[in-house]
Write a new protein. Structure first.
Length: 573
């Protein structure tokens, strides 16, 4: 058990020469609850790296946690000094302290003999992922907290394959970090690092141009885009983040000429002052964009989050109202377009494969079945989709066509190994242009997919359980569900229970083994292809409930989803 008072006083002593840290700590003197929350544990480092609220303390995002994590990463890489010489690429978004944390990361790596390639300005996650492979680096780091509120920042680590670290590597890095104190990591002098060649600054020509060239190769019908590019009107908002430059450049280069950018959200702003949260899943992120779309008569709106790995999409219906699509709907529209177009072109490979997370819609499986493409399912986390791409390439077993997660992450390339908002913007533009050529809207296309395969409705419920008690409560909920699994939900029989922690799928037919890494996830298969999944978040103090239903009738699918959601929420009580 951590002595929080002692830890608090230790920080005051250790960082007495840092006035900002001292001021922050003294401001909470006497606030036992705040001291408890800041010091009862260290900020955890997992497969998604670190993420937390900004502030002084072991359980906060600050330069000392960043430096300590970086020294641990350096020690992990230096197990193989020759490999470590390849260096680490560092990118950052528009969040508060992102620039400072990125520079600290570079200078701690340099101090430990690991070359650092630091971008000269904001870059999105996909360009970092691309750069790791492009520069043949040993790894990468992105300073970002993705779509979280402005009081957060984070630290994501990538392997040499361009994907986020897998569980084994993350555990190994964690062991190095935990052996360090918060004063062990020091930064090399910046001038010294530059002179020694350990710190290299990456300009806009060294990676970006090649990335854009490769992105353009993802167009499936480039000639159609040229013909329709000046007819399609798009509104785009980068939500104050790193997508502004690359997304606009990509749209221009593929021939989309009518792009209106939301002026209030164009420039970087770590406070994200125009939105409650910079999240393209949130309808509030589209308010200003919808207003602009009405002015310029656009029918399609894009939004990317601060690190530009996620894309949100709103399309105008025949009622004139904008409809915000779910990540599952966007994924299925893109999947259908890729498979259908390639099938018509005669370029659909016989060993074609798509990949999605286990909590993403089953509609995607139906689409793949229709085109004879195999669907692979992975645990939540795009790194697992990245691993599948590498596996396909290593074995030659399958040709990767598309990967997605319900949380608004999409990818059709193999040169990036994380979700890519630039890639997704290109694909959505192409689908919208193809619809324009047919005389229909993107909204019409979605309805066509539903009419062909059935109406699939999904709902994600998040229950926040903050603090030390919250972590304990999450573990209790999962333990109780394993000991007493439900027999039915909303009148639907549970036909099978998948336990991804124990690698089992139990049904009336017996017990099967699930060949995926361990994860604390329970998945209930229900009659009629409906399902419910319970998953504690890996990056936030939340437990998530995924509820998916389907029916040939849209209203029946929605009503069943509501009923199933209400009944399933009792599992988290």
């Amino acid at each position: 058990m951590v002595d929080v008072k002692k830890a608090y006083e230790q920080w005051l002593a250790d960082f007495a020469n840092d006035p900002e840290t001292v001021e922050d700590l003294k401001a909470i003197a006497g606030n036992e609850a705040e001291i408890q929350d800041r010091f009862y544990t260290g900020l955890s480092f997992g497969t998604a790296g670190m993420r937390g609220v900004l502030g002084a303390g072991t359980n906060r995002m600050n330069k000392y946690n960043v430096r300590r994590a970086t020294k641990g990463l350096a020690q992990y890489l230096m197990q193989d000094p020759e490999n470590a010489k390849r260096g680490v690429v560092i990118a950052y978004d528009s969040r508060r302290f992102s620039t400072e944390f990125a520079k600290d990361t570079a200078l701690v790596l340099s101090a430990n003999g690991v070359p650092a390639f630091l971008f000269d300005a904001l870059r999105p996650v996909p360009i970092l992922s691309y750069a790791v492979r492009h520069l043949n680096a040993a790894g990468g780091v992105v300073i970002t907290a993705s779509h979280n509120p402005p009081q957060y920042n984070g630290y994501k680590v990538y392997g040499d394959d361009g994907a986020q670290l897998g569980p084994e590597a993350a555990d190994a890095v964690t062991s190095y970090i935990q052996a360090l104190s918060y004063t062990d990591a020091v930064c090399m002098d910046e001038e010294e690092a530059l002179k020694s060649g350990l710190l290299k600054i990456i300009g806009d020509k060294e990676v970006d141009d090649d990335y854009m060239k490769d992105i353009r190769t993802l167009c499936i019908q480039p000639e159609m885009l040229k013909e329709q590019g000046d007819k399609l009107s798009i509104v785009y908002t980068p939500l104050h983040g790193s997508g502004n430059v690359p997304v606009r450049r990509m749209l221009k280069e593929i021939g989309i000429t009518k792009v209106a950018v939301v002026p209030e959200q164009e420039k970087p702003d770590g406070n994200f002052s125009t939105v409650k949260v910079p999240n393209p899943e949130d309808p509030g992120a589209f308010v200003l964009a919808e207003k602009l779309a009405d002015e310029v008569k656009a029918n399609v709106i894009f939004a990317t989050d601060p690190d530009c790995d996620r894309l949100g999409l709103a399309v105008r219906g025949h009622d004139g109202v904008f409809h915000l699509l779910t990540g599952n709907q966007i994924g299925c529209v893109l999947l259908q377009y890729i498979l259908d177009t390639k099938a018509k072109q005669g370029t659909l490979p016989k060993n074609g494969a798509a990949v999605k997370s286990i909590v993403s819609t089953s509609l995607a499986n139906r689409i793949c079945e229709h085109y004879g493409v195999k669907m692979f399912e992975t645990l939540t986390g795009f790194k697992f989709i990245g691993e599948k791409i590498q596996q396909f390439q290593d074995t030659g077993s399958n040709t990767f066509l598309f990967g997605f997660e319900e949380s608004y992450g999409f990818l059709s390339s193999t040169f990036v190994r994380d979700k890519d908002g630039v890639n997704a913007s290109l694909l959505v533009s192409e689908v919208a242009a193809a619809c324009e050529a047919e005389g229909i809207t993107l909204y019409d296309r979605i309805q066509e997919i539903f009419k062909q395969y059935g109406y699939y409705v999904e709902k994600v419920v998040s229950k926040t359980l903050p603090g030390m008690d919250g972590l304990s409560r999450m573990k209790t909920i999962m333990r109780e569900l394993r000991e007493n699994p439900p027999k039915e939900l909303a009148g639907l029989k549970v036909t099978a229970v998948r336990d991804y922690l124990n690698h089992t799928r139990v049904s009336e037919s017996g017990t099967e083994t699930i060949d995926l890494p361990s994860s604390d996830v329970l998945y209930y298969e229900l009659e009629g292809g409906n399902w419910v999944c319970v998953r504690p978040s890996g990056t936030e103090p939340k437990i998530k409930l995924y509820v998916n239903t389907n029916d040939k009738d849209a209203d029946k699918a929605a009503a069943l989803n509501e009923k199933l959601r209400e009944d399933s929420e009792k599992l988290l009580a």
